[in-house]
Design a protein around this ligand. Structure first.
Ligand code: SF4
Ligand code: SF4
Length: 332
């Protein structure tokens, strides 16, 4: 009998980057294939839902689930995988905190559908046709499609999650370290974030030595408005970098590529709301005389504050989204 660890991988509402992150393991995949049996990975191998349904409960050792929960199909599949798995790991920022698709929570389901199918400038839909959940193909056959949920949810807003792997997408190094922990047999406490550090990104940034002890900014610039000196801390140059409030572990990939950190590895342990933490940090470094001046600069340079500060975490934030919290929404 196989002693290999039985692993399932599944994607919900995501861009596919987390699947790429697995492939990015490269030659390590060969080494891994000696240790694990992939029992479900619909994006790569032709498994069906019925294959999972037939497995005994608890028979999958680890399920890695990426993407936010957007469709009824996602909800059904993750509940099924939860039942069949000993451990469930939220893989990547969409599963961990809702991710970029979670920004859709700024709109209601009806507004999203209307825009995409009727109002978008590139759409021609004179009859105002909208997608249906059920369509009769013949008098005896019908097609059923999954329903769009009212909101995007993070994985742990639907099922119990054992561990989290951060990043959009998690870097190969973060994935490698996480697998070593999971396959090593000595598991950390439930709820731990794997493969990353619990220190801020600044802590591992090569530019940290050029970051002044105290930063006070009079002028804030967007990254395309300056010629960044790549040898100096971006924040000290007036470009907002979220490194001070972001979990380290990615190896400062964006910064090495000439872009400030946008916070995809999420907050450090015990920070409940990434955006609120970032706002609090920014408030401590913006040096303005009065509210009028501060407001002017914020309006001019921070054109999309929610998209910027909650880019990866709106569904798990305290505000959660524009339309959330209505009594009638609770069932969805
Ligand atoms: S603020 Fe950004 S650029 Fe500056 S040290 Fe921190 S991570 Fe590096
Ligand atoms: S630098 Fe920031 S945004 Fe870029 S990969 Fe690292 S944590 Fe994510």
């Amino acid at each position: 009998m196989s002693e290999k660890v039985k692993v399932a991988l599944y994607w919900c509402a995501s861009c596919g980057g987390c699947e790429e992150a697995v492939v990015d393991l490269g030659e390590d995949l060969i080494r891994l294939s000696n240790m694990i049996d992939i029992v479900f990975w619909p994006v790569a191998v032709d498994f069906k839902r019925s294959d999972v349904e037939e497995m005994p409960d608890g028979s999958i050792d680890i399920s890695f689930i990426n993407g936010g929960i957007r469709l009824t199909e996602h909800e059904e599949m993750v509940k099924l995988l939860r039942r069949k798995s000993k451990l469930v790991v939220a893989f990547g920022s969409c599963a961990q905190t809702g991710g970029v698709p979670g920004l859709a929570n700024l709109l209601s389901r009806d507004e999203i559908l209307r825009y995409i199918y009727v109002e978008a400038p590139t759409v021609v839909n004179f009859e105002g046709s909208m997608p249906k959940e059920e369509v009769a193909v013949t008098s005896r056959h019908k097609i059923e499609l999954p329903r769009l949920l009212k909101y995007v949810k993070a994985l742990d807003q639907v099922i119990d999650v054992d561990y989290y792997i951060p990043g959009c997408a998690p870097t190969p190094e973060v994935v490698r370290r996480s697998l070593e922990i999971l396959l090593g047999g000595k598991l950390p406490p439930k709820g731990s974030v794997l493969g990353a550090s619990n220190k801020s990104l600044c802590d591992e940034c090569d530019l940290n030595k050029t970051k002044p002890e105290k930063i006070l900014l009079k002028d804030v610039k967007r990254v395309h408005e300056v010629k960044l000196d790549l040898s100096k801390c971006y924040l000290a140059q007036g470009v907002i970098c979220l490194g001070p409030v972001t979990r380290g572990g990615c190896g400062t990939l964006c910064i090495k590529g000439g872009m400030p950190c946008t916070g995809c590895s999420g907050p450090l342990d015990n920070v409940k709301d990434f955006g609120a933490r970032a706002i609090s940090y920014l408030a401590s470094i913006l040096d303005y005389e009065d509210e009028v001046q501060a407001r002017k600069v914020i309006e001019e340079y921070i054109v999309d504050p929610v998209g910027w500060l909650y880019r990866y975490s709106l569904p798990k934030s305290l505000v959660r989204g524009k339309y959330q919290g209505l009594e009638s929404d609770k069932h969805e």
